[in-house]
Design a binder for this molecule. Structure first.
Ligand code: FES
Length: 114
């Protein structure tokens, strides 16, 4: 069976995300980290491309999310890690009537493994 594609509602509202700062949601076997980035919601895979640590355990430094595992720092809007020249998968996100929707599959950088 083909993996699901398209836009899906997740169990989080923009208000909940703005209040929490970050939330983890599951969607068709994707573990997704939602971040409130200076007034805009963004979505990344919650599984670090380096060694699989949960990115929600990391810390924000400006617009970068620093993984708690080995401190790879990802720009949250692009998923790009400048030092390693690698991309963390990210998801297109829309807010419709306050509800968050995510597009599957994730958008991947040119070097992101499957
Ligand atoms: S597991 Fe994230 S930097 Fe190593």
């Amino acid at each position: 069976m083909a993996p699901p594609r398209g836009w899906f509602e997740v169990e989080a509202t923009a208000d909940q995300l703005a209040s929490a700062g970050k939330l983890v949601v599951s969607l068709h076997r994707h573990e997704i980290l939602l971040l409130w980035n200076d007034g805009d919601p963004v979505a990344l895979s919650n599984v670090c491309i380096h060694r699989g640590r949960k990115l929600n355990e990391g810390v924000m430094l400006g617009t970068r999310l620093v993984c708690a595992g080995h401190q790879w720092a990802y720009e949250v809007t692009t998923g790009y890690c400048k030092v390693r020249e690698r991309y963390q998968p990210r998801y297109a996100l829309e807010v419709r009537d306050g509800q968050i929707f995510i597009e599957l599959p994730a958008k991947r950088g040119p070097d992101t493994p499957d």
